[in-house]
Ligand binder design. Structure first.
Ligand SMILES: Nc1ncnc2c1ncn2[C@@H]1O[C@H](COP(=O)(O)OP(=O)(O)OP(=O)(O)O)[C@@H](O)[C@H]1O
Ligand SMILES: C[C@H](N)[C@H](N)CCCCCC(=O)O
Ligand SMILES: [Mg+2]
Length: 209
C-alpha cells in the first residue's frame, strides 16, 4: 500500500493545488510512482463532450498522468461554491465510504497518494460533515499549506490546533508565498516555525502563472 497524505490549507485559494503539484513533482524526481485524489471538487468547466472537468483535477493529472478521473474525483459539481451547497443543489449525498474505497484502490497503484481537500479544514461536505471528517475517515497524515500573507499566523495556528484535536498527525507544512511582498516575511516564517510542532517541508516563492 502507498503512503498517503491529506493536503489542507489555511483557506481556499491559497495554493493547495500549487503545493500539491510541487510535492508530487518532488516525489516523482525521487523515483516514486505518485497519484493524486481530489475527492470532492466544486467549480467545473463543461468540455466539448459534455463531461465536467475541475481545474485542480486537470492540474493534478497533468503531473501524475492519471486516466481514471472518476476514480480520483468521484464527486464534482459545476458551481464554484462550498461543497455542501453544491451537493445539496445537485441532490447528491457525499459518502465518505465511497471516498475511502476509491482512495484504497489508488493506494494499491502507487508509492505515494496525495489527497487534496476543498477549501480549509472545516469546509463543509454536508450539514455536520466537514473536510476534517474526510481526513479522519482516510486516516492520513496531514500536510498544511499556509498561504503566506498578513493574517496567516492566526489561520495557520487555528488549523494546527484543529488538526491536533482531530487526532491526526501533522506531517509537515508548506509556506506558499501568495503575495508579491509580505512585510517581515522572514520573521513571519520564523514565528510559524517556532509555533508549529511539525517540519517545514517546502517554501514556495511567489510565482504568478
Ligand atoms: N506561490 C504562488 N505564487 C503565485 N500565485 C499562486 C501561488 N500559489 C497559488 N497561486 C495562485 O493562486 C490561485 C489559487 O491557488 P490554488 O488553486 O493552488 O489554491 P487552492 O488552495 O488549491 O484552492 P481550492 O481551495 O480551490 O482548491 C491560483 O490561481 C494559483 O495560480
Ligand atoms: C470553489 C472553491 N474554489 C473551493 N473548491 C471550495 C471552497 C469551500 C469553502 C467553504 C468555506 O469555508 O466557506
Ligand atoms: Mg485546489
Amino acid at each position: 500500500m502507498a503512503q498517503g497524505f491529506f493536503i489542507t490549507g489555511t483557506d481556499t485559494e491559497i495554493g493547495k493545488t500549487h503545493s500539491a503539484v510541487a510535492l508530487l513533482r518532488h516525489w516523482q524526481a525521487q523515483g516514486q510512482r505518485v497519484l493524486a485524489m481530489k475527492p470532492v471538487a466544486s467549480g467545473c468547466e463543461v468540455l466539448a463532450d459534455g463531461s465536467w472537468l475541475n481545474d485542480d483535477v486537470a492540474r493534478l493529472v497533468a503531473v501524475t498522468g492519471q486516466q481514471d478521473l472518476d476514480l480520483m474525483n468521484p464527486y464534482r459539481f459545476l458551481p464554484p461554491v462550498s461543497p455542501h451547497i453544491a451537493a445539496r443543489q445537485a441532490g447528491v449525498e457525499i459518502a465518505l465510504d465511497t471516498i475511502v474505497s476509491h482512495y484504497q484502490q489508488l493506494a494499491t497503484q502507487a508509492d505515494t497518494v496525495l489527497v487534496e481537500a476543498a477549501g480549509g479544514w472545516l469546509a463543509p461536505l454536508a450539514e455536520g460533515l466537514y473536510m476534517e471528517d474526510m481526513a479522519r475517515a482516510l486516516q492520513l497524515p496531514v500536510i498544511l499549506v499556509v498561504g503566506m500573507r498578513l493574517g496567516c499566523i492566526n489561520h495557520a495556528l487555528l488549523t494546527v490546533r484543529a488538526i491536533q484535536a482531530s487526532g491526526l498527525t501533522l506531517a509537515g507544512w508548506v509556506a506558499n508565498r501568495v503575495v508579491p511582498q509580505q512585510l517581515a516575511y522572514a520573521d513571519n516564517l520564523a514565528t510559524l516555525q517556532a509555533a508549529i510542532d511539525a517540519p517545514l517541508l517546502l517554501e514556495l516563492p511567489y510565482a504568478p502563472a
